[in-house]
Each structure stands twice: as structure tokens, then as C-alpha cells.
Design a binder for this molecule. Structure first.
Ligand SMILES: *[C@@H]1O[C@H](CO)[C@@H](O)[C@H](O)[C@H]1NC(C)=O
Ligand SMILES: *[C@@H]1O[C@H](CO)[C@@H](O)[C@H](O)[C@H]1NC(C)=O
Ligand SMILES: *[C@@H]1O[C@H](CO)[C@@H](O)[C@H](O)[C@H]1NC(C)=O
Ligand SMILES: *[C@@H]1O[C@H](CO)[C@@H](O)[C@H](O)[C@H]1NC(C)=O
Ligand SMILES: *[C@@H]1O[C@H](CO)[C@@H](O)[C@H](O)[C@H]1NC(C)=O
Ligand SMILES: *[C@@H]1O[C@H](CO)[C@@H](O)[C@H](O)[C@H]1NC(C)=O
Ligand SMILES: *[C@@H]1O[C@H](CO)[C@@H](O)[C@H](O)[C@H]1NC(C)=O
Ligand SMILES: *[C@@H]1O[C@H](CO)[C@@H](O)[C@H](O)[C@H]1NC(C)=O
Ligand SMILES: *[C@@H]1O[C@H](CO)[C@@H](O)[C@H](O)[C@H]1NC(C)=O
Ligand SMILES: *[C@@H]1O[C@H](CO)[C@@H](O)[C@H](O)[C@H]1NC(C)=O
Length: 479
């Protein structure tokens, strides 16, 4: 999602395929006005791009299978697009959003109406700008309720609340990414993380700026957690409370009860919270998991879970000791840092790829994306200079309609290995396997879960490890 030092390698296998289709009906329509607005956090005031002046932005509510029309008016200073993260959008790629992949940016003074087609998704997703780093401030939740007459596959919660984890930069995010692209180095790290837009109690100059969730004793709440942080996987926990995860990426899972979650950027989780501890104030904390040796924001954002009713509240909310696993031109050789897949570093074209495809424009992309790593080295061992200087290109892999596809994402030890999220547009996929070290074509497939794998749209590839996913290529485009 961001600009990071990471090498990934992948394989694609084709299996036998099937298809599915879905009827849709019209849901609510929304108007998004993109404009700069003044915000103050950490005693720093800046103008930043927002939707309707909100940070985080407005919530989209739909029911499963509906279609929402979202008209975006750009009153900002530069071109922006919006992506509906995790919405499969059957046969509707023109409304997916990635800048110069499926559309040109919406220019200042212009408008564009997205037709967002929901099909099998149910639960929580999110939307965000898909132009440079504008998603840092331009994002918000998508809540997909069951169809009318249907209920959740768990007892109806007393109430629901969205919890959005975000990043706060004291500087301007556009300047920040422009600076990084110009120098070839890593962008500045964030100054704080936020919960529903507020950094919380543990930062300097951040008093009065903490999000409070008020609950009633004995009731159960559905928390819809979105990781909208720019780069870091985040831990999230609530002091003395268990979390029961019931869905991930708008797909139900077998419930898992845990003290804390780790959530990758782009992922969403639906969590049941039973408010059954002694009435008091409890801290919620979120801090990053980070296993790379690049610089990162190691701060902790907080919010308060506050029981309603009459009781003497402690002067400080009860803390939680958030569990942290062992964490352990400025680019190489005076060059630029670049991410690559199969030794190809993607170059964003100036004409969007979808348009080039439908209008048969040549010279925008080539169809020779390699299906296997061009050169097998010990990906997770002593990698030498392999893929440090990848080739650059706008390469695509064409896939036939109906094919079942398996992709192995192999993290590499090139430069600074790290846990890194991968996200697929237009599909959810089954997470069928993962492991540390190199994927072994002979032995690793035997470890796959082909019985009840979770269906997700974003997955963290472990540091120096691999993930195997499968999906059906059942979502072709449309003229
Ligand atoms: C939403 O917009 C679509 C397309 O413009 C229109 O057909 C539909 O009637 C609108 N729905 C509502 C509820 O306004
Ligand atoms: C990034 O950090 C450097 C060093 O602290 C600072 O000089 C620069 O202004 C920062 N850039 C932005 C866009 O905030
Ligand atoms: C808060 O300010 C103090 C004193 O300037 C500094 O030592 C500390 O690192 C700051 N803490 C954070 C989280 O920025
Ligand atoms: C926070 O606390 C400091 C010191 O007590 C005070 O000066 C300041 O006005 C308070 N408010 C904000 C928003 O920083
Ligand atoms: C965060 O990083 C800074 C700078 O590397 C370091 O000084 C500080 O001790 C770290 N804090 C925590 C809580 O790890
Ligand atoms: C992680 O930390 C635990 C407890 O400190 C230790 O027992 C374990 O060996 C560590 N694991 C790794 C992979 O470093
Ligand atoms: C997209 O293309 C336009 C020209 O059509 C260009 O100005 C813009 O920089 C491109 N965006 C990216 C992210 O490369
Ligand atoms: C790859 O490198 C790892 C880590 O150094 C090592 O444990 C492993 O044996 C190597 N594998 C091969 C096939 O050389
Ligand atoms: C990697 O490349 C650099 C310069 O490009 C060279 O100095 C260094 O010896 C190379 N390292 C290896 C292990 O090949
Ligand atoms: C990657 O591509 C570059 C540029 O074509 C080439 O020099 C390099 O050898 C390739 N590396 C690997 C590991 O395939």
C-alpha cells in the first residue's frame, strides 16, 4: 500500500474454475466533497484534505447486495480518486478507483459519480483515497448490514461502534511523499497514531483529545475495527476485556476470543465486546507491530472505554499492558528505494490501464508479467544484491475468466525484510496457507487448509515467510 523497502516474489497457478453472480438493488446515495480543512492535533495546526470536513470521513451504510452511488466533488488542490477497499464490484472496474489503473484522477473543480456494487460482502470494509498518500486523511468506514429479514450469525449486539486506527503527521502528507519520491529515501514517519481521529493520552500536548466509548454494564457491543494506518500492522486491546472476532474483511469467520488483535493496514475486523467488568474507565491501546529495522513510529494511541452509571471512577483509566511480540538519493547505492514483485518494480502510467485495455491503446502496459520468479535464490537467506536493482515496468498478467488462481506471496530478505500486507482489488480470496522461510513447492502445499480457510481481501505476509491464496477469476470487466 505504501512505499516500503520490500521485495516480494510470487507464483501463480491456475486451477479449474467456477463462477458466481449476484443481483443488486439500489441503496442510499452519498455526496463526498473533497476540501481542505484546518485540524489541530499535538499542538500542531494544519490544513488537510478531507471528505465533508471530517477526519475520519463519513460512514457509508448499505445492506448486502445493494448498490450505492457516491458523487465526489473535488474542491481540493490536486487530483484524487477514491477506492472502495474490499468491495468486489462485479463487472464494474471503472468505479474501483486506483489512480491511473482504472481511472484518471478527479481534477480540482470536477466531479465523478462512483457506482459501488456490493455483492457477497457483509460486515465492515472501508473507503480511502487512492492517489499518492492522500488516504492518510481521506478515508472512512463502510458498514454492510445483512439483507432485510436476515440477521447476524451471532446474537444481536446492544449497539455498534466503528473504531478507526489512523496515522497523524504534523507535516503535509502530500509534501511528505513528494519529498520521499524526490530523495529516494523513506518518507518521514508519522507523529502519532489515532483512534477515531484522536491521538489520546500518551502524547505530549494531547490532553482533552481522547476518544471515549460509553457502554452499559451487561450489554454486548459490536466494534467494527478498521486499520487505516499508513504502514504499520497494529495491536489493539482493551484493558481487562476479551475481544471476540466474528468477521474479517466483511466475511464471517469462526469466532475467536482473544486478549488482543493484530490487524494489518487495510484489514477490517468485527469484534464482539461484552461490557461485563466492574463499572469503571478502561484504556484501549493500539501500538504497532514492527519487525523491520527501518525507522518507524513506535508510539501508542489510546482511547477510553467508559461504563455509564454511578460509580467512583479512578483518576486514571485502568491501563492494559499490550502484548508485543519480539519486535525487534537515500536509497541503496545512492539509488531510490523501490518495491518489486518477481523483480519488476511497478511504474504507474499516465493513462489508466483499464482505458488503455478497452481502447486498445498501445505503449501503456505490457502483458509479460512473469508468472514465476525469474531467478530462484535463497529468498529468505543471504540474498546478496538480488532484486536490489529490479527492472521497472508496467506489466500485467492476463487471467482467463473462470480460472481458479493460486498465488504464493514470498517475502524476501532483500534490504530490510518486514511483515507486509497484500490486498487484492475486485476479489476476496481464501488464505489457504502460510509459513516462515521459503515456500517449498514439494512440501508446503501439504500444509494447506482446504477445509475452512478464512475469506479475506488483505493479508499480512510474514517477515521472511510466505502466504498462499486462492480465488476464482469470476469478476471480468465491462465496456
Ligand atoms: C441514487 O442514484 C441513482 C443514480 O443516479 C438513482 O438512480 C437512484 O434513484 C438514487 N437513489 C436514491 C435513493 O436517491
Ligand atoms: C520530514 O522530516 C524532516 C526532518 O525532520 C523535516 O525537515 C521535513 O520538513 C519533514 N517533511 C515534512 C513534509 O514534514
Ligand atoms: C514529550 O516531550 C518530552 C520532553 O520534550 C520528550 O522527552 C518526549 O520524548 C516526548 N514524548 C513524545 C511521546 O513525544
Ligand atoms: C493541555 O495541558 C496543558 C498543561 O496542563 C495546558 O497548557 C493546555 O492548555 C492543555 N490543552 C491543550 C489542548 O493542550
Ligand atoms: C521509540 O523510538 C525512539 C527513537 O528511536 C526511542 O528513543 C524510544 O526509546 C522508543 N520508544 C519506545 C517506547 O520504544
Ligand atoms: C520471544 O520472546 C520470548 C520471551 O522473551 C522468548 O522466549 C522467545 O525466544 C523469543 N522469540 C524469538 C523468535 O526471538
Ligand atoms: C496519473 O496520470 C496523470 C496524467 O494523466 C499524472 O499527472 C499523474 O501524476 C499520474 N499519477 C500517478 C500517481 O502517477
Ligand atoms: C536459506 O537461508 C536460510 C537462512 O540463512 C538457511 O537457514 C537455509 O538453510 C537456506 N536454504 C538453503 C536451501 O540454502
Ligand atoms: C552489492 O553491490 C554493491 C554495489 O553495487 C557492491 O559494492 C557489493 O559488493 C555487492 N554485494 C554483493 C554481496 O554482491
Ligand atoms: C532484475 O532485473 C534487473 C534489470 O533487468 C537485472 O539486472 C537483475 O539481474 C535482475 N535480478 C534478478 C534477481 O532477477
Amino acid at each position: 500500500m505504501g512505499l516500503r523497502r520490500i521485495g516480494l516474489i510470487f507464483w501463480i497457478y491456475f486451477l479449474d474454475g467456477l463462477l458466481l453472480s449476484m443481483a443488486s438493488n439500489i441503496g442510499q446515495n452519498y455526496t463526498f466533497v473533497l476540501r481542505e480543512k484546518k485540524f489541530t492535533r499535538l499542538c500542531t495546526t494544519k490544513h488537510m484534505l478531507t471528505v465533508n470536513g471530517m477526519f475520519p470521513g463519513p460512514t457509508i451504510h448499505v445492506r448486502k447486495g445493494q448498490t450505492a452511488f457516491i458523487t465526489v466533488h473535488n474542491e481540493g488542490n490536486y487530483g484524487v480518486t477514491i477506492h472502495w477497499h474490499g468491495v468486489k464490484q462485479p463487472r464494474n472496474p471503472w468505479s474501483d478507483g486506483p489512480e491511473n489503473i482504472t481511472q484518471c484522477p478527479i481534477q480540482p473543480g470536477k466531479s465523478f459519480t462512483y457506482e459501488v456494487i456490493f455483492s457477497t460482502e457483509e460486515g465492515t470494509l472501508w473507503w480511502h483515497a487512492h492517489s499518492d498518500w492522500s488516504r492518510a486523511t481521506v478515508h472512512g468506514p463502510i458498514i454492510i448490514l445483512p439483507p432485510i429479514g436476515k440477521t447476524y450469525p451471532f446474537p444481536k449486539p446492544h449497539a455498534e461502534q466503528t473504531i478507526i486506527l489512523g496515522s497523524w503527521f504534523n507535516g503535509d502528507v502530500k509534501e511528505l511523499i513528494d519529498e520521499a519520491l524526490a530523495t529516494g529515501g523513506d518518507p518521514n514517519i508519522s507523529d502519532a497514531f489515532t483512534i477515531n481521529g484522536w491521538p489520546g493520552a500518551l502524547y505530549n500536548c494531547s490532553n482533552e483529545t481522547i476518544y471515549n466509548l460509553v457502554v452499559r454494564h451487561g450489554k454486548t457491543y459490536l466494534l467494527r475495527v478498521v486499520n487505516a494506518v499508513m504502514n504499520e500492522e497494529m495491536f489493539f486491546a482493551i484493558a481487562e476485556h476479551k475481544l471476540t472476532v466474528v468477521a474479517q474483511d466483511a466475511s464471517y469467520i469462526k469466532p475467536i476470543t482473544t486478549d488482543y488483535i493484530m490487524i494489518a493496514p487495510g484489514q477490517t475486523m468485527d469484534i464482539l465486546l461484552a461490557a461485563k467488568r466492574s463499572p469503571s474507565h478502561y484504556y484501549m491501546f493500539s501500538r504497532p507491530f514492527f519487525d523491520s529495522n527501518a525507522a518507524f513510529d513506535n508510539t501508542t494511541t489510546s482511547a477510553i472505554l467508559r461504563y455509564g452509571g454511578n460509580y467512583i471512577a479512578p483518576s486514571n483509566p485502568l491501563p492494559n499492558t499490550i502484548v508485543c511480540l519480539n519486535s525487534s538519493c537515500d536509497g541503496p547505492d545512492g539509488n531510490r528505494l523501490a518495491a518489486s514483485l518477481n523483480n519488476v518494480s511497478f511504474e504507474i502510467p499516465s493513462i489508466d490501464i483499464l482505458q488503455a485495455y478497452y481502447r486498445s491503446l498501445s505503449g501503456v502496459y505490457t502483458t509479460d508479467f512473469p508468472i514465476r520468479p525469474p531467478y530462484f535464490f535463497n529468498f529468505t537467506g543471504a540474498v546478496g544484491n538480488n532484486t536490489l536493482h529490479p527492472s521497472i515496468g508496467t506489466k500485467v498478467k492476463m487471467i482467463n475468466y473462470g480460472e481458479a488462481v493460486e498465488i504464493i506471496f514470498q517475502g524476501t530478505n532483500v534490504l530490510t525484510p518486514e511483515n507486509h500486507p497484500m490486498h487484492l482489488h475486485g476479489f476476496s480470496f481464501y488464505n489457504i496457507g502460510n509459513g516462515f522461510g521459503n515456500f517449498d513447492e514439494k512440501t508446503s502445499p501439504a500444509t494447506y487448509n482446504l477445509v475452512d480457510p478464512p475469506e479475506v481481501n488483505t493479508i499480512g505476509v510474514p517477515k521472511n515467510g510466505w502466504v498462499a491464496i486462492r480465488f476464482f477469476a469470476d469478476n471480468p470487466g465491462k465496456l
